[in-house]
Design a protein around this ligand. Structure first.
Ligand code: TXA
Ligand code: MG
Length: 321
């Protein structure tokens, strides 16, 4: 007899073959996955998320061996990074082959590829036997889900099936490295640090989308100035002394290390020991918890800006409004 997990995997693969979109755990955040070769299935992702069609999707593969089926070119640097960090929190943007639906890339000639490290994601990719387009499984612009329950909370009945793979180990989206122009560029900081990438291929450019001048073309259209947003207004500050006691009483506090918690209505410490990996894993869950607490404002304190702190500060600054 087939064990329960296997039955669920087969059901999920079957749903994907029928053009459905399903909730998928990865080591970074949960994704909303559909067949990347099926335009109608991909359109369903955009519809469920309320995502604009100009924002392209990442295609997930079971292994590096599948790359030649989908990439029209594969630079040596991409090969080096993939060998070192796949499966893992790294997305590589390269010229695409036509088998990938244009809807996936929003008409761009390049495709974003990633091999995720979560065992359940890999098992499903093998069972399904094809490429899966999957953005984070949240409504457009909102906090990314890091548990199956958060996916259901975000997308509800619109998604027939959510595979439950527990809490995401990394908790931040993948780092996106683009080979679309002459210079290798990090388009989105994420679960793999810039330092780790540069150790393998040397110096890379880093583009902070917030600083793109108005009217300039966006190379990663999804990296918008406001994203990952809770409903509660979030203010990002460098120093807690900026917030007086009267104000604190109706606010939540999100920070790390030794925090002056005096007077806040609610406190979430991302990592008392200042571990970047712990802070990343807690980030979206804590944002969600604070967002549910009926506060007038969430005060977030910046982390130090190296290693994964760069990606965490990036998410916090886009969450602020
Ligand atoms: O960790 C992750 O990357 C998660 C999990 C589910 O794999 N996925 C994820 O997808 O974060 P999403 O859709 O939330 O973010 C994908 C980002 C967007 O900013 C999008 O604009 C960019 O990748 N992107 C995708 N394809 C691209 C392309 N061909 N050229 C430029 N940017 C691209
Ligand atoms: Mg997203």
């Amino acid at each position: 007899m087939q064990s329960a997990p296997n039955r669920e995997l087969r059901q999920a693969a079957e749903a994907l073959k029928n053009g459905q979109a399903i909730g998928l755990p990865t080591e970074t955040v949960y994704g909303l996955a559909a067949d990347a070769r099926n335009a109608e299935a991909v359109a369903r992702i955009f519809q469920i998320k309320g995502r604009p069609f100009f924002d392209p999707l990442i295609v997930h593969l079971a292994s590096l061996d599948e790359v030649p089926q989908y990439a029209a070119e594969w630079p040596e640097q991409a090969q080096k990074l993939a060998e070192k960090f796949w499966p893992g929190p790294l997305t590589l943007i390269v010229p695409k082959k036509s088998i990938i639906s244009d809807l996936v890339t929003s008409g761009l000639p390049h495709v974003a590829l990633r091999v995720p490290a979560h065992p359940l994601a890999l098992a499903l990719l093998r069972e399904f036997g094809g490429p899966l387009a999957a953005p984070s499984a949240n409504r457009f612009g909102r906090i990314s889900p890091t548990t199956a329950a958060a996916v259901r909370e975000e997308l509800g009945a619109a998604v027939p099936l959510v595979l439950d793979g527990g809490a995401c180990a990394i908790g931040l989206e993948s780092t996106i490295v683009s080979f679309a122009s002459e210079t290798t560029t990090i388009l989105r900081p994420g679960g793999l640090s810039r330092e780790a990438i540069e150790e393998v291929i040397g110096p890379v450019k880093f583009t902070d989308k917030i600083s793109v001048p108005p009217g300039a073309p966006l190379t990663a259209p999804g990296t918008l100035a406001q994203h990952y947003a809770p409903r509660t207004p979030l203010r990002l500050i460098a120093d807690l002394r900026e917030v007086d006691l009267v104000h604190r009483a109706s606010c939540g506090l999100l920070g790390w290390g030794e925090l002056d918690e005096t007077g806040f209505a609610m406190v979430r410490n991302l990592s008392p020991q200042r571990s970047f990996t712990e802070a990343a894993a807690n980030l979206f869950r804590y944002l969600r918890e604070l967002d549910h607490a009926d506060l007038t404002q969430i005060i977030a304190v910046k982390l130090s800006g190296h290693d994964l702190g760069l990606a965490i500060n990036d998410r916090l600054s886009r969450a602020s409004h």
